[in-house]
Design a protein. Structure first.
Length: 400
């Protein structure tokens, strides 16, 4: 762990020159395959914003995608990059797999990019989706090199939370309310709050996917405010007003739609902590909403659903573990057919959207568990267990 931290810090301190052909640097387009000079089998995609000036050190976001889809993973960030002038870099090599292998690949990526382009190392950010979010979170908490982490659809690996935070980084969590890792991200925010790490959480009406560009821009709006508070960027009152007005519109709309918890979250994201009249106005709105019966009922409903979701996950995983241990070719899948039909009936209830979202999350989580377990048993040549997983996976997906 210390070696990784020292490596990154040494690299950021010693990078004092760069070599680049300005004629080759296209702006406003994704350059989808740039090879790592020291390891030509590895490459990355890169995006230079239209305002990019090769002579001026520029802010940068490193991005990790679980399937090494550099071009696809950069696209959600383009609107934010153009708004705030960030370079975007995503590995075409790093993907879900060995942590040690991925750390080595990431370090070579950092090395190459920081020595090749004019980068402002006081404005480095790191982001990822799913397994890529876990790696980004690890670097954020362990290296001391990044001002912010944008973790989409997943948070930390469990052991990473034992690492004392090495710097005052800001953390943005992003998750869909139908994402299998929704409860994880809710719990992660509580952990970040307790650890005194400045953070926020954006929840969209999505499943397990990269956020849309407009949602990602909101994340960078929030990070822009944090950059002002830390004197990383000069405070811009015009941008602050734009961010305030946007969050106010979103929050008012959510409140009108009776999404009270979400409206409170949107009002909170508009608070700049510069002790302005606007900040005080938002705090008043939040206090008023929290006193309402609608807000209290929604909080109670969400707590009830959280308990129900954990009960469903425990029930499914316990039965799965029990049957997997004694899996044979003649396994009876009656329990699973009945359970899946019951859950899918709940999923089709359009009159109870929160429960509907919960069932979608639970089914997708279980689907992933069964698939990954099946693949592991195939690799280990455990035929009965692999066949059991294949049949169960078919039942889940056919009724899903």
């Amino acid at each position: 762990m210390k070696n990784i931290t020292y490596y990154i810090l040494f690299l950021f301190v010693t990078v004092c020159s760069y070599a680049q052909d300005k004629q080759l640097l296209q702006t406003g387009v994704i350059i989808d395959s740039v090879k790592i000079a020291t390891t030509p089998s590895e490459s990355y995609a890169i995006y230079f914003p239209k305002k990019y000036d090769a002579k001026t050190p520029t802010a940068l976001v490193f991005i990790f995608d679980p399937d090494a889809r550099g071009k696809i993973a950069i696209e959600p960030f383009i609107l934010a990059a153009e708004t705030y002038n960030y370079i975007l870099v995503c590995s075409n090599t790093l993907k879900n797999g060995s942590t040690q292998v991925n750390i080595a690949v990431a370090n070579r990526l950092f090395d190459n990019v920081l020595q090749t382009y004019a980068i402002d190392t006081s404005q480095l950010y790191i982001s990822g989706f799913s397994g890529g979010a876990r790696l980004a979170s690890f670097y954020g908490i362990s290296s001391g090199a990044f001002q912010g982490v944008i973790a989409c659809g997943a948070s930390f690996n469990g052991m990473d939370k034992l690492i004392p935070p090495s710097n005052n980084f800001s953390y943005v969590g992003m998750v869909g309310d139908r994402d299998m890792n929704y409860l994880e991200m809710i719990a992660n925010k509580e952990w970040l709050d307790n650890a005194k790490i400045v953070n926020t959480l954006f929840i969209a009406h999505e499943e397990h996917v990269w956020p849309k560009q407009a949602e990602m821009l909101r994340a960078f709006d929030w990070l822009e405010i944090q950059a002002y508070k830390k004197n990383i960027r000069p405070k811009n009152d015009t941008i602050i007003k734009r961010i305030y007005d946007k969050n106010l519109r979103i929050a008012d709309s959510l409140k009108a739609n009776k999404e009270m918890i979400a409206s409170v979250g949107a009002y909170e994201k508009g608070i700049t902590f510069f002790n302005t009249n606007e900040d005080n106005s938002l705090r008043t709105k939040i206090a008023e909403i929290k006193k309402t019966r609608e807000y209290k009922d929604e909080v109670a409903k969400m707590e009830k659903i959280k308990v129900q979701e954990n009960e469903i996950l425990d029930k499914l995983s316990l039965r799965f573990d029990q049957e997997l241990k004694s899996a044979k070719g003649n396994t009876n899948f009656k329990f699973w057919n009945t359970e899946m039909k019951k859950l899918n009936a709940m999923k089709l209830d359009n009159n109870d959207i929160p429960t509907q979202n919960m069932v979608i999350r639970a089914l997708y989580w279980f689907q992933v568990i069964v698939y990954e377990t099946g693949e592991e048993n195939k690799r280990n040549q455990q035929k009965d267990k692999a066949d059991y997983c294949t049949e169960l996976y078919k039942i889940i997906t056919e009724t899903n």
